[in-house]
Design a protein around this ligand. Structure first.
Ligand code: TYD
Ligand code: MG
Length: 459
């Protein structure tokens, strides 16, 4: 009889130790270490693999050229926005993690897409959170198509693997990984050990039989995909589905993609009959009626970039010390920008109240928003409207100089994709304009004065 061995896994960072500690030596979290019995699962996984060579000396490698032709012809997800974010469609045998806040529409997106794919391919939808009847109700509401979608409402990993093995579908969807459990492991569903073991077992089988696997993952309060970081390393593509739950627009982005670029953005709209693609996104993001005090920036969060409207209101103060409020931007940053504008442009802002807000309740922390904030303030103070379809990107130094910011090509590509036609940004941003296929007018400035003259005309 084989001896069971224990490993201790940190639920916060996924670090493994042989011994129990009250505090994880890797991430420093207290009480996050949980015991896990490991040998049983390892044996099971080894026995499962029928292709294990066991002394069989046949050749197992293949020519890279033939591999490319045989297995990399992509499938369409039924939505061009989805395909584009994936890098041109679904790669057979790929593992895609779809993360997002609860209720944002992950299940809706994948169910609609699964139904569309199932018109031509075999698709298995595994619902671990909702019953088969609930999924069917939603499916009926979303679509009328006669698709051959197979549905399995199950949380037991072993049964899901059996079903995948017997059906051998082209595409399978697991909704969600945090609801699955492997009986050989001691942790509760959603714990680091369970999430990791379930995903690697699913990945092994999916790669073996060339099934493209979509895994839904929940997002923690901090905005990370719940579970160990190794999950993101394990998969080929990490997509995030986001948006304001009170608004209708949803953004699908690739944070990691082994088969395509990561700066692609897919835009959907949630309606009563499910998600529809937004073919002309610039109409949503551009102000239909431009007004004084509004400036557009392109913000980046990690690998993601997003065009955002900033709104400022400047009015003469009636208080002894003027009021400054900022929503979505750090108040200290606003104080600093107001001081720079006062000192280097001679605006008497210390006798004015200033209110600043970021559209859609978004938080913009990065300094690349400085130029946009300054432009919004000057635009409101002077009652001048910024020209339509112009973005402003750049960090503002204390001496009024503009500093280059990172990810400029990505920001400009995003702005162009959203329909913007002019961009004002710092000189020396290191852009190779000949290499970048950008049609936008690119206006470079070295200080705040020049930038605002370029953006607003004669101020
Ligand atoms: P869902 O796909 O269940 O979210 P997730 O799987 O990410 O948790 O989406 C749930 C929300 O979407 C719910 O609040 C209602 C809304 N919704 C619509 O507005 N229209 C629809 O047709 C559907 C199916 C959902
Ligand atoms: Mg769901």
């Amino acid at each position: 009889m084989s001896r069971l061995s224990s490993t201790y896994i940190c639920q916060s960072c996924g670090a493994q130790t042989r011994q129990f500690f009250g505090r994880c030596s890797n991430c420093g979290d207290w009480n996050s270490i949980v015991e896990q019995v490991t040998s049983a699962s390892k044996n099971r996984l080894k026995n499962k693999n029928p292709n294990h060579p066991k002394g069989n000396a046949t050749k197992r490698s293949e020519s890279i050229e033939s591999l490319k032709e045989n297995s990399l012809s992509r499938l369409t997800s039924g939505y061009s926005e989805f395909d584009r974010v994936l890098g041109g469609g679904i790669v057979p045998g790929s593992l895609v993690l779809v993360g997002g806040d609860p209720g944002i529409g992950k299940s809706t997106l994948l169910l609609q897409s699964a139904t569309a794919i199932a018109l031509n391919e075999s698709v298995l939808y595994v619902s671990a959170e909702e019953s088969a009847q609930q999924v069917r109700l939603r499916w009926k509401r979303l679509t009328e198509s006669k698709s051959r979608l197979q549905l399995l409402a199950e949380t037991d990993l072993e049964l899901i693997l059996q079903e995948l093995e017997s059906l051998k579908p082209s595409v399978a969807i697991i909704d969600s990984i945090q609801a699955l459990h492997d009986d050989n492991l001691s942790g509760a569903p959603g714990s680091v050990g369970q999430v990791r073991e379930c995903s690697s077992a699913l990945q092994r089988l999916a790669k073996q039989q060339n099934t493209a696997l979509f895994i839904v993952g929940h997002v923690t309060k901090e905005g990370m995909i719940a579970g160990p970081k190794v999950l993101e390393h394990l998969v080929d593509v990490v997509l995030t589905f986001e948006g304001d739950r009170h608004a209708n627009h949803r953004l699908l982005r690739a944070v990691k993609n082994r088969y395509g670029a990561t700066h692609e953005l897919g835009i959907f709209e949630m309606q009563g009959s499910g998600l529809t693609e937004v073919k002309n996104p610039s109409e949503i993001f551009l102000n239909k009626k431009p007004s004084a005090g509004v400036a557009t920036i392109v913000a980046c969060e990690g690998n993601r970039s997003l065009a955002v409207d900033l709104q400022a209101l400047i009015s003469a103060t009636t208080f002894a010390s003027p009021r400054r409020t900022a929503t979505g931007v750090e108040t200290n940053r606003l104080h600093q920008i107001l001081a720079v504008l006062e000192k280097h442009m001679g605006l008497p802002l210390s006798r004015h109240d200033c209110y600043l807000a970021v559209a859609g309740g978004l938080e913009v922390e990065e300094p690349a928003a400085d130029l946009g904030i300054a432009a919004a303030i000057v635009s409101s103070y002077r009652d001048l409207i910024l020209p339509k379809r112009t973005v402003l990107i750049g960090e503002l130094g204390l001496g009024g100089q503009l500093r280059a910011v990172g990810q400029m090509p990505q920001r400009l590509l995003e702005a162009e994709r959203l329909g913007f036609q002019r961009a004002v940004f710092p000189e020396g941003s290191g852009l190779d304009k000949t290499k970048m296929a950008i049609k936008m007018e690119l206006l470079e400035a070295s200080n705040i004065n020049d930038a605002l003259i370029l953006a607003l005309g004669n101020i």
